[in-house]
Design a protein around this ligand. Structure first.
Ligand SMILES: NC(=O)c1ccc[n+]([C@@H]2O[C@H](COP(=O)([O-])OP(=O)(O)OC[C@H]3O[C@@H](n4cnc5c(N)ncnc54)[C@H](O)[C@@H]3O)[C@@H](O)[C@H]2O)c1
Ligand SMILES: [Zn+2]
Ligand SMILES: [Zn+2]
Length: 352
């Protein structure tokens, strides 16, 4: 990724923008007062995730408008409150659930607002949080405990993804589960599943990522470097695991997850595959498997994520490779691209 040459440094507040052509650059953020029903946030940290990388790769060019301000994993505090906003005050410590739904489509009417047919995902469909100040509808705010470190606050959104995935699995105490793919989301899924009482095994190709999984107290193996079928058969007395989480985004990972499931096992599909993957439906039929899709989260997932982080049941801060200032955002994207880093937070405040 490249950063555009800037003859004059733009002034704070700055925004990290995707401007097309695989380029992330800093632009002066649009400044406006919060309108009715809106709040203005002082952004402390914004995490960079795989979705931001997809945007910068151009994979979502049909969806984003340029330049687009990136970012949807954030923490911060309220700087100003617009007319008609109740229950929130300047200085409140918050994160954002970056979903704004229509309220009238079939999904919304059925109560599944998080998968609204007309969903506005803040940071994709509208400006995101990788900027010093961010104006958002008050309805997306989620309160953070005042003593939760802001770095951890920026990990609430990906942790809420993991909480949603585990909830969709209806995971029960003592179940054996595999998580295929030990990236940030996979490791968070594994930690949340463990907190729910499951016995979890992470399958991950990268040695560096397996080492991080072990630092988090998780069991992790290289599926390419061992006889994984035999290992899981041994672990489960020949039955297979009752739950698999597909978090690799790779066809081989999906195949593996299906093959390792016990009779009546459940596969939770978390990963976004670049192209529709082939699925071993014979195995689904033969073992009476259940396939479960899991997309983003709802408010209860955010609240549970905050509780798990606050109680340190999910040690998400250990996933943060480092924190970089906004001025180094292009280099941070490069580090994630190369696989060198797991999670990088961008410090968006004025003094960063
Ligand atoms: N469902 C949702 O709402 C939601 C939300 C956020 C992210 N996602 C998706 O979840 C997926 C994971 O996100 P991430 O940020 O952790 O991605 P990531 O790319 O950092 O992690 C994927 C990991 O899978 C590993 N992997 C690849 N092939 C494998 C295989 N055959 N066996 C074992 N491991 C393998 C890779 O080494 C990598 O560490 C992505 O597809 C992302 O788009 C979904
Ligand atoms: Zn994300
Ligand atoms: Zn809707």
């Amino acid at each position: 990724m490249t950063e555009q040459g800037l003859s004059v440094m733009p002034r704070w507040p700055l925004a990290a923008c995707y401007v097309g052509d695989r380029t992330v650059t800093l632009l002066e953020a649009e400044q406006r007062r919060p309108g009715a029903g809106e709040v203005e946030l002082d952004v402390a940290y914004t995490g960079i995730c795989g979705t931001d990388l997809h945007i910068v790769h151009g994979a979502m060019d049909a969806r984003v408008s340029l330049p687009t301000v990136l970012g949807h994993e954030m923490s911060g505090s309220i700087a100003a409150v617009g007319d008609g906003v109740t229950g929130w005050s300047v200085g409140d410590h918050v994160t954002v659930m970056p979903l704004d739904w229509c309220g009238s489509c079939p999904a919304c009417r059925a109560g599944h607002t998080h998968v609204c047919h007309n969903l506005n995902f803040l940071g994709i469909d509208s400006p995101g949080s990788m900027q010093g100040r961010w104006v958002v509808p008050a309805g997306v705010l989620v309160a953070l405990p005042p003593d939760l470190p802001s770095e951890v606050g920026a990990m609430v959104e990906p942790t809420a993804v993991a909480v949603h995935d585990v909830r969709r699995a209806a995971l029960r105490q003592g179940e054996k589960a595999v998580v295929v793919g030990g990236g940030p989301i996979g490791l968070l899924v594994a930690c949340v599943a463990r907190a729910a009482g499951a016995d979890v095994l992470v399958l991950e190709l990268s040695e560096q990522r397996r080492a991080l999984a072990e630092l988090l107290g998780l069991k992790a193996v290289d599926p390419a470097g061992c006889d994984i079928d035999a290992l899981v058969a041994d672990w489960t007395d020949g039955a297979g695991v009752t739950v698999g989480f597909e978090v690799s985004g790779a066809v081989a990972g999906l195949d593996q997850a299906i093959n390792l499931l016990a009779v009546r096992g459940r596969l939770v599909v978390v990963a976004i595959h670049a192209t529709p993957p082939p699925v071993n439906l014979f195995r689904v039929f033969w073992r009476e498997l259940t396939l479960i899709g899991a997309r983003v989260y709802d408010r209860s997932d955010f609240e549970e994520a905050i509780r798990l982080l606050h109680e340190c049941a999910v040690p998400a801060a250990r996933l943060i490779t480092r924190i970089e200032p906004l001025s180094r955002v292009a280099a941070a994207f490069d580090a994630l691209e190369s696989g060198e880093a797991m999670k990088i937070l961008i410090a968006c405040g004025e003094e960063s």
